[in-house]
Ligand binder design. Structure first.
Ligand code: IPM
Ligand code: MN
Length: 353
């Protein structure tokens, strides 16, 4: 927030912020995750700037599903933009080459819909899965008898034609805006043939429509290729679950989890910007966390809100602070979170004309 304030002091960007106390402390005190009030406040804003979530005192999945995934679903933020850009030579990289991969992770469907359940003799009645998204509802009914005596748990990976179409439209437009000549689509179409087969067909149609090449990569091969030849990728479209995994790999490739910003984008609605990392409870309160990922999320927020120059300014300030050696321990420095944040904010202020 300090960095954003610095930007607003020296540019035409200005903002009012309302703070919402969403997270584990409030949850443990009141049982509230994301209230209707929170949602209506966020709905009234241009954008949401989100910290990081996770707490070992809360069972895994509660905060993730109740806050983060809920927010993404409520606001239908169907694109998760996650750039993986080298900061070489300022940040030591796993591969000493220049690269700039922009991951577009589909953010509403696939295995992330919570569409699943249990069935079999211990679970009684017929399992029923109900999915509600802004653009559709879906009801799946299964027969308990079909389990033949064993108990099952299942999680359905779903893609809708409309969901894939809007994803593909966004990806090809994004590639064309960036001047990329191809879109890479990551999947596992050799195994999950139904969902990813349909996805391939739709991307192929869109590739022809936009006149931009399409390249298919299986996710396992992509994990390898990201290490071996990251410089060969530009715009990469990836379904939700694989996108979660590959962008953590990407964050390490660019120098660490503390370097990854993320935008949960609804091009027609309220978008949310956050670092890709969680709350790092093991180092909480020690001033060791690298604030750059959060600052890069603010950069994406500025770009998304129509302030590309202010975004670039932030990017340059991060670069300058790295060049200065003003870094937290994860990047080999000995500065605190606050000091790095302050340095970046000062760099921004020093560009005042
Ligand atoms: C991320 C996180 C979330 C995800 C979790 C916390 C639900 O890992 O933003 O990548 O899987 O999307
Ligand atoms: Mn993740």
């Amino acid at each position: 927030m300090e960095v954003l304030e610095a930007v607003s002091e020296i540019s035409s960007f200005s903002f009012d912020a309302e703070y919402l106390d969403i997270g584990s402390d409030r949850y443990l005190a009141t049982g509230e995750l994301l209230t209707d009030e929170d949602i209506s406040v966020m709905r009234s804003k241009d954008a949401v700037y989100f910290g990081a979530i996770g707490d070992p005192r809360v069972a895994p999945g509660v905060l993730e599903q109740g806050v983060l995934l809920r927010m993404r679903a409520v606001f239908d933020q169907y694109i998760n933009l996650r750039p993986v850009t080298s900061w070489f030579p300022l940040v030591p990289l796993k591969r000493q080459v220049d690269f700039d991969i922009h991951f577009l992770r589909e953010n509403t469907e696939d295995f992330y819909m919570g569409a699943g359940g249990h069935f079999g003799p211990s679970h009684g009645s017929n399992p029923h899965v109900h999915v509600e998204r802004g653009m559709y509802t879906l009801d799946l009914d299964l027969s308990a008898e079909s389990s033949n005596g064993d108990d099952f748990a299942f999680e359905v990976g779903l893609l809708s034609r409309r969901g894939v179409e809007r994803f593909a439209d966004y990806a090809f437009r994004y590639a064309s805006d960036r001047g990329d000549t191809k879109v890479t689509l990551v999947d596992k179409a050799n195994v999950c043939t139904h969902i990813y087969g349909m996805q391939r067909e739709i991307f192929q149609e869109k590739s022809a429509e936009y006149g931009i090449d399409l390249e298919f990569m299986f996710v396992d091969a992509m994990a390898m290729a990201m290490i071996v030849r990251p410089e060969t990728f530009g715009t990469v479209a990836v379904p939700n679950l694989f996108g979660d995994i590959l962008t953590d790999l990407g964050a390490q490739l660019q120098g660490g989890l503390g370097m990854g910003g993320s935008g949960n984008i609804n091009p027609e609605g309220v978008s949310m910007f956050e670092p890709i990392h969680g709350s790092a409870p093991d180092i909480a309160g020690q001033g060791k966390a690298n604030p750059i990922a959060a600052v890069l999320a603010a950069q994406m927020l500025l770009e998304n809100q129509g302030f590309p120059e202010e975004g670039a300014l932030l990017h340059d300030a991060v670069r300058a602070s790295l060049d200065n050696g003003s870094t937290t321990p994860d990047l080999g420095g000995n500065m605190t979170t606050e000091q790095v944040g302050r340095t970046i904010a000062d760099m921004v202020l020093s560009t005042r004309r």
